[in-house]
Structure formats: structure tokens, C-alpha cells
Design a protein around this ligand. Structure first.
Ligand SMILES: [Zn+2]
Ligand SMILES: [Zn+2]
Length: 359
């Protein structure tokens, strides 16, 4: 193999450089915790990309993974990453070093029964591949499955990496709303964190009457400043207020933007007869709902769920984020990888909205 002087130096540098990465590790009492480690820069295998991370959002599910409570997929930390293509594996077409990208962490096959029936995020392959070692890493590897199935999206030139880091969570909300919300309805959003407010922003063009509820005063105040709908303290009599705002019926749809059981019950008691409760937040492992099922039956209510997003959802989201700067207001905190612990504390405190990690 022939090397020019520069490429020899850069090849050696790549081989010897160590990168910071936050990964889940087993602690002494068998629990899991996030740990800052030094890893080698990954090198791309055939069909793979290596991406240099520029920003990655901290998601509520990352906190659940650290607490060992997450149930939906393998516990890899960081799935809202955007960055720059750093190295391109053999056989990859359509990408070059320097491309600004959002690589989706889970990608469906688009061929199986689930995919063909519109349940792409239930595809057996969807949760099987992931970026490695995760999004909270200075560099990460994107598997050939994700690259070849169209899971790597290009960021528009004018889109900042910070805005790009919102693509994944907003795409998940968009998928939920597209599947379960109808225009002109009354919608209660239980949970006024970043994800609750993303739902509210997406509902705005649908002429929906939005009510938001949360237990955190700071989040209620933030929601009020965003002017996204009627803001209600979850500790108050939400049910009566929702009824009085909907001619005595109750909301048509309750979106549970939280993993809390109390929020789910608040949703069930606040929707009208024949209404829907959409579970969006991931309930912690072992959650059992104390709710009289006969009430559910007799009121004709439905419980529906939404999990994840496809790259079609993400592509549409890029257009939405590009045209609505309000989403950017949700980013309230930024931390470098080396202060990951502070980022987790901020996200768990209920005072922050969207927390971003930078390299
Ligand atoms: Zn997430
Ligand atoms: Zn499939």
C-alpha cells in the first residue's frame, strides 16, 4: 500500500487517537451506570460509515437505561446524534468524508409483513442494529444495515447541528401524531417536558385545542412562555378542567409524554367516551396499571401506542424543523461529554427542557 506523507501521518493518527465515549457499564452491585471511557477511533468495515459526533440529545430513555428500567431495546446510550462523516467503508456509495448527517440508530427492513403493514418500527430488524458504541461518543460507527437501508440522512446546509439533534425525537412525535391525532380535536398532553412540547408544536397547524399538564412548576412555566395551549398543574383537578374545556365531554385524545403511571391514569380519566389514550413515553420495566378495566370497556376508550420513527418520518421532520425555529427554543442546556454527569442531573431535575451533549 502506498502512502503520501500526509495520508501516512493521518492514518497513524487515526490508529493511535483515543476518543471519549460514554457507555453503560455494570457497577459492583449488578446495576448499570454510565461511564466515561477512552476508546480507539472506530474504523469502518465494509458498507459502514464512521461519524464524528457534533451534537447528541439526551433522551428520557437514556436516563431509564442508566437506571436499568428501559424495556424497548438494547441499552445503548445516545440515539439522537448528528455529525460529520469521518471515514467511509469500502463499498459505500453516496457518502463522502465531510458530509453532514443524521444516522438513524434503528432501521427497518421495509420488506417483511410488519413493514408492509405500516408497522415498520415493529419490524424484527428495527431494534437489532444500532450505532456503535452509541451517540455519546466523539466518533461512532454506523453499521452497513443502517447505511444500505437508507437510514443515514443528509442535513440541509443551513441546518445547525443543534437543530439536527432534534430530528430523532421530533420524528418519533411526528409518527405518533400522524397515526393517532386528528385535526380539530381536543388533546391533552400529559407531560410538559421537551417531548410533550414537541407534540404541541406539531399539533399547532392541525387546529387542535391543546392542554398541557405536568407536575413540575418549572416545566409548566416554560410551556406557558411557549404559548402552546392551556397549561394545567397535574396536581390540580385536571379531569374537571378538561371536561369544562370540551363541553363536558373530556379530551378526544390524551398523549402520555411521560413514562409515569399516574400520567396514564390521568389520561384515562380525562378522555371522553370513545376517546384514545396514546402511550408515547416508555413505561419503566415492571409497570403495572391499577385501573378498573370495566371502566375502560364501558367508556369505549382505546389505549394506543407509538414507538420510534422511520427514516421517512425523519425526512419529513427535517423539513418541519427547517421551517419552524420554535423547536430550537426547547434546547435549554448544553454540556460537553466530559460533564455528562451534570447533563444527566439537569435532565432528571425537571428544570431543563432539551439537554444536548457536544464532543
Ligand atoms: Zn429518544
Ligand atoms: Zn421489516
Amino acid at each position: 500500500m502506498k502512502f503520501g506523507r500526509f495520508s501516512l501521518i493521518s492514518a497513524l493518527w487515526r490508529r493511535t487517537q483515543r476518543v471519549k465515549s460514554i457507555v453503560l457499564a455494570q457497577d459492583r452491585d449488578g446495576g448499570t451506570k454510565a461511564r466515561l471511557t477512552q476508546l480507539d477511533v472506530p474504523s469502518p468495515g465494509r458498507g459502514e460509515l464512521v461519524v464524528k459526533m457534533e451534537a447528541c440529545g439526551l433522551c428520557g430513555t437514556d436516563l431509564e437505561k442508566m437506571r436499568g428500567e428501559y424495556t424497548a431495546s438494547m441499552p445503548v446510550l445516545g440515539h439522537e446524534a448528528v455529525g460529520v462523516v469521518y471515514a467511509v467503508g469500502e463499498g459505500v456509495n453516496g457518502f463522502k468524508e465531510g458530509d453532514r448527517v443524521f444516522p438513524h440508530h434503528h432501521v427497518p427492513c421495509y420488506e417483511c409483513y410488519y413493514c408492509r403493514s405500516g408497522s415498520e418500527t415493529m419490524c424484527d430488524m428495527y431494534r437489532k442494529s444500532n450505532i456503535d458504541p452509541g451517540g455519546f461518543s466523539e466518533y461512532f460507527r454506523v453499521p452497513s444495515w443502517n447505511v444500505s437501508k437508507g437510514g443515514v440522512l443528509r442535513l440541509p446546509d443551513e441546518m445547525s447541528f443543534e437543530t439536527g439533534a432534534l430530528i430523532e425525537p421530533v420524528a418519533c412525535c411526528l409518527r405518533a401524531i400522524r397515526t393517532h391525532a386528528k385535526s380539530g380535536e381536543t388533546v391533552l398532553i400529559a407531560g410538559a417536558g421537551p417531548v410533550g412540547l414537541m407534540h404541541a408544536l406539531l399539533l399547532e397547524p392541525m387546529e387542535v385545542k391543546v392542554m398541557l399538564t405536568d407536575v413540575s412548576r418549572a416545566r409548566l412555566d416554560f410551556a406557558e412562555r411557549m404559548h402552546l395551549g392551556l397549561v394545567l398543574d397535574a396536581k390540580g383537578d385536571v379531569q374537571s378542567r378538561v371536561k369544562s374545556e370540551s363541553q363536558g365531554r373530556g379530551a378526544d385524545l390524551a398523549i402520555i409524554a411521560s413514562g409515569s403511571k399516574d400520567a396514564i391514569i390521568q389520561g384515562l380519566t380525562s378522555v371522553r367516551k370513545g376517546g384514545r389514550v396514546l402511550l408515547f413515553g416508555v413505561p419503566p420495566k415492571g409497570s403495572v396499571l391499577g385501573y378498573d378495566i370495566s371502566d375502560l370497556y364501558n367508556s369505549g376508550q382505546q389505549i394506543v401506542t407509538s414507538y420510534g420513527a422511520t427514516d421517512a418520518d425523519a425526512r419529513e421532520t427535517i423539513g418541519i424543523l427547517d421551517s419552524n425555529p420554535e423547536f430550537g427554543r426547547l434546547i435549554t442546556d448544553r454540556f460537553p461529554l466530559s460533564n455528562f454527569g451534570d447533563a444527566v442531573e439537569a435532565a432528571a431535575s425537571g428544570r431543563s427542557m432539551k439537554v444536548l451533549i457536544s464532543p
